[in-house]
Ligand binder design. Structure first.
Ligand code: NDP
Length: 339
């Protein structure tokens, strides 16, 4: 069986976090409905990923797969493949749970679904607070963060962090709270370099985790009119060829060389191996420069349907969209059998 060797970064709480993780968001289909067709494959691939050496798993309440992710983790612990302390499990608190006391409710429910005593990192998924009915609750994320500090104090999470926070929001959080977030999980890929935000986080010892690391390069995210590079982009193909790697490996390696953690999602075993096989080569300065030129600020995940809500973190556009129901209301398990 293939084995992968993934190095660690250090969080500001002194604990280690693997530089590459396994993402578990199955996404919405083209009707904007959450689709569990690939869930058995996700379970199988995650199980394989742990077998071959992945130790970092990224999930969330929103993803509706915490029960299945927890089953895989517990099975691997029972089988003696890993110990709990070898794994780094991240989950996230959704918009509905932004009142201070509700953060603990949400984290305890995630732990119950995951069947774990603690998570290694829990993130505030977004800075906005929105009810299941789409009402803007306008709860200050500083209040929500106090709930995170309590969860940390109680040992339900070993570290606390945020996701989708911009520089201004982070500055305000740092100026008004006791615990510095261990991590900010944000979209970063070749089209969206986020230099200012990454520089700010790195200067403040906040580890940056890159979600959607392939951007619109992969067919599932390649919206019509979305920019290059795609998988067959000639510049990318020629750089990949030079190192004997694939275009996706070059992409993940580039992010790693920027000091970023990536959490690619795949339900393919060969890609699980491929995505982690990036730690045995170094992109040279010229290639790094060429790759940086693809940065044009394009967002793969703009979530513009939240743009009129308080604390929406990105630039607003002219588009008016309804929030997909699947991002507002759901039962907790993908199989909809868990409250
Ligand atoms: P990714 O950039 O990980 O892209 C996933 C897509 O890429 C899938 O279609 C997958 O297909 C394909 N893929 C994976 N590996 C390869 C490869 N080596 N070659 C070709 N295609 C490949 O995007 P995601 O949006 O899924 O982001 C990753 C993770 O980040 C999520 O799963 C989630 O955990 C997290 N996330 C967090 C967000 C937040 O708000 N905090 C927002 C969005 C994501 P296949 O499965 O068929 O291999």
């Amino acid at each position: 069986m293939a084995k992968v060797n993934i190095p660690n970064f250090k969080l500001n709480n002194g604990r280690e976090i693997p530089a590459l993780g396994y993402g578990t968001w199955l996404g919405l289909n083209d009707k904007m409905v959450f689709d569990i067709t690939d869930l058995p494959k996700l379970v199988d691939t995650l199980s394989y990923a742990i077998d071959i050496g992945y130790r970092h798993i990224d999930t969330a309440h929103l993803y509706r797969v915490e029960p299945e992710v927890g089953q895989v983790i517990n099975k691997k612990i029972e089988e003696g493949v890993v110990k709990r302390e070898d794994l780094f499990v991240t989950t996230k608190v959704w918009h509905h749970y932004h009142r201070e006391a509700d953060v603990e409710v949400s984290v305890r429910a995630s732990l119950r679904r995951l069947n774990l005593d603690y998570v290694d990192l829990v993130l505030m998924h977004w800075p906005m607070s929105i009810s299941q009915d789409g009402v803007d609750e306008k709860i200050d994320y500083l209040e929500t963060w106090r709930g995170f500090e309590t969860v940390l104090k109680k040992g339900l999470a070993k570290a606390i962090g945020v996701s989708n926070f911009n520089v201004e929001q982070l500055k305000r959080l740092l100026a008004n709270s006791k615990v510095v977030p261990a991590s900010n999980q944000i979209e970063i890929n070749l089209n969206l370099g986020q230099k200012e935000l990454v520089d700010f986080c790195q200067a403040h010892n906040i580890v940056v985790v890159a979600y959607s690391p392939f951007g619109t390069m992969v067919p599932s995210h390649a919206a019509p009119g979305s920019p290059e590079p795609k998988l067959n982009n000639p510049t990318m193909v020629s750089i990949a060829k030079k190192y004997g790697k694939t275009v996706t490996q070059v992409t993940l390696r580039y992010l790693f060389q920027r000091g970023l953690i990536s959490i690619p999602k795949t339900v393919s075993k060969s890609r699980v191996v491929e995505n982690a096989d990036i730690f045995d080569f170094v992109l040279d300065e010229n290639d790094v420069k060429t790759l940086a030129e693809f940065d044009n600020g394009y967002r793969t995940v703009p979530c513009s349907f939240w743009q009129d809500y308080a604390n929406y973190p990105f630039e607003k556009t002219d588009v008016k969209l309804e929030i997909p129901l699947a991002l507002r209301k759901w039962k907790n398990g993908a199989n909809q059998d868990i409250d």
